[in-house]
Write a protein that binds this ligand. Structure first.
Ligand SMILES: *Cc1c(COP(=O)(O)O)cnc(C)c1O
Length: 364
């Protein structure tokens, strides 16, 4: 069997051990005679699967008692609406615009309340995180995108928000290292980057924010309280994706938990950034103080736009042929992007660097 090194931004690679366990359990889960896909979500055999996944989320992220852990559907994109629909009180929220996903969250929230964009890094193509140390004022909540998947930046110092609940989109960095959950009112993340396959969205929400008071017309399915009161089983949950998340979390636990992931991710990112910084052929596009450990966009030194586009295309094609896939940059940014989430090993990063060295020699 030949596995490629997959640098996709999402859905992204999963640990091989996880896939092998899922394969072994595919047709007969632990002697139940059924696949996890086939069983009732209200059965005795499924209960420990969702319960165990929740326990692992709580353990690995040290989630305090006064938070609910929810498994929802609709991706992070649905949270862009669910957050304002559930948190609106006075009618104003503060957002910080650090990229395409922030911008989408801002536009969606604008349908339900007044949005103050406190800062934006749009002036320099979102290549940095704006300096926002504190947020104050009569806001219902403040919102940041913790890791910006497309442009490869990440918050290094989370703003101090006092009594204002801080909401964060952590889709592309959840569990890449420890996180102080108590700093946030809501943390949400689509699973398909660091937690498992697509189809489930993890929401960690402080219990006092689960009021059930929503903007008029809010669908039942978009009310946090409905899901909290029903242990994420108001309707059929994404059963199989939750099971897969559980397997990924067990793998994280076996590999040192959140601290273990941070060590692993720092080592990979350092190797890659050091390589980008060491020569003149490639260049990282995010500013150094804002760099992400998860997504690393880069360009070649070619300045002529047409030649650069052709060179990027050649790079991606030759990398693919060498078993290094999904390296094309996001269509809005261009260039290349290596996403190196938890499941990507150091061996993948080393193989990519070796390919890049050879490519620069042949094309430099
Ligand atoms: C991928 C991503 C999204 C979109 O997630 P969906 O689950 O596809 O809705 C939102 N925000 C960030 C930061 C992402 O990386």
């Amino acid at each position: 069997m030949k596995r490629v090194f997959n640098f996709s931004a999402g859905p992204s690679c999963l640990p091989l051990e996880v896939l092998e366990t899922a394969a072994a359990e595919m047709t007969d889960y632990k002697g139940s005679g059924q696949s996890v896909m086939e069983m009732s979500h209200r059965s005795k055999v499924y209960e420990p699967i969702i319960g165990g996944t929740e326990s692992l989320v709580r353990e690995l992220l040290s989630v305090p008692e006064n938070y609910d852990v929810l498994f929802l559907q609709g991706g992070a994109s649905t949270q862009f609406a669910m957050v304002p629909m559930n948190l609106k009180k006075k009618g104003r929220a503060a957002y910080i615009d650090t990229g395409v996903w922030s911008d989408k969250a801002i536009k969606e929230a604008g349908k339900y309340l007044e949005v103050d964009v406190l800062a934006t890094s749009k002036d320099r193509a979102y290549s940095y995180i704006p300096a926002v140390k504190t947020v104050s004022g009569g806001y219902d909540y403040a919102h940041i995108t913790l890791n910006n998947t497309i442009v490869g930046t990440a918050w290094q110092d989370i703003p101090e928000c006092g009594d204002i609940p801080l909401v964060t989109d952590a889709s592309s960095c959840i569990l890449s290292g420890p996180l102080d959950v108590s700093r946030f009112g809501i943390i949400y993340a689509g699973a398909q980057k660091n937690l498992g396959p697509a189809g489930v969205t993890l929401v960690i929400i402080r219990k006092d924010l689960v009021t059930g008071e929503t903007v008029p017309g809010t669908p039942t399915m978009l009310n946090y309280k409905i899901h909290a009161d029903n242990d994420s089983m108001y309707n059929t949950p994404p059963c199989y994706s939750i099971y897969m998340m559980g397997l990924v979390l067990e793998w994280v636990k076996r590999n040192g938990g959140a601290e273990g992931m941070l060590k692993r991710n720092r080592e990979k990112a350092k190797l890659f950034y050091d390589f980008l910084d060491s020569g003149r052929y490639y260049k990282g596009t995010a500013e150094k103080e804002s760099r992400s450990l998860m997504n690393i966009p880069f360009v070649t030194g070619e300045t002529d736009p047409e030649k650069a586009a052709a060179l990027n295309k050649k790079f991606v094609a030759e990398a693919t042929a060498a078993g290094l896939v999904n390296l094309a940059g996001h269509r809005l940014v261009g260039g290349m992007r290596a996403s190196i989430y938890n499941a990507m090993g150091l061996d993948g990063v080393k193989a990519l660097i070796a390919f890049m060295e050879q490519f620069s020699k042949a094309n430099g």
